[in-house]
Design a binder for this molecule. Structure first.
Ligand code: AMP
Ligand code: ZN
Length: 115
């Protein structure tokens, strides 16, 4: 656990979150400021600051995150109408929390291009 990392604290249970799934590798919870009817965050238990910090040893973890995203999309009934899986990287990407996370958004029609 990295000090002063909000999502490490959620993984550790120090800060509460509305968790919808967890296993030995990942935790998923509802975004506190939802931008769609379904807005979940999927994060690794392991602290990885950004997508650009992923290494070869994380290959199985990253594949697993995709599998969990699809499982949750089905569970929340957004797989068929469609959904968006988003990672924001660094300042221009709009990253606010520097613990790797993927936004799973659905339940409404998404706009393109994104803002
Ligand atoms: P990003 O801008 O990609 O770094 O996304 C960070 C996300 O974390 C935002 O969508 C926030 O609404 C969300 N967030 C911040 N604090 C919390 C929290 N305590 N519980 C759940 N979601 C949070
Ligand atoms: Zn962290």
């Amino acid at each position: 656990m990295v000090d002063n990392c909000l999502f490490c604290k959620i993984v550790a249970g120090v800060i509460p979150a509305d968790k919808v799934y967890e296993d030995e590798l990942v935790v998923a919870f509802k975004d506190i400021d939802p931008q769609a009817p379904v807005h979940l965050l999927i994060i690794p238990r392991k602290h990885i600051a950004r997508i650009t910090d992923i290494t070869d040893e994380d290959n199985l973890l990253i594949a697993h995150i995709h599998q969990v995203a699809v499982m949750l999309a089905k569970d929340f009934d957004i797989a068929e109408p469609g959904f968006r899986l988003v990672n924001n990287c660094n300042e221009d990407g709009g990253q606010a929390v520097y613990h790797l996370h993927y936004h799973l958004l659905g339940g409404r029609k998404m706009a393109w291009p994104p803002g």
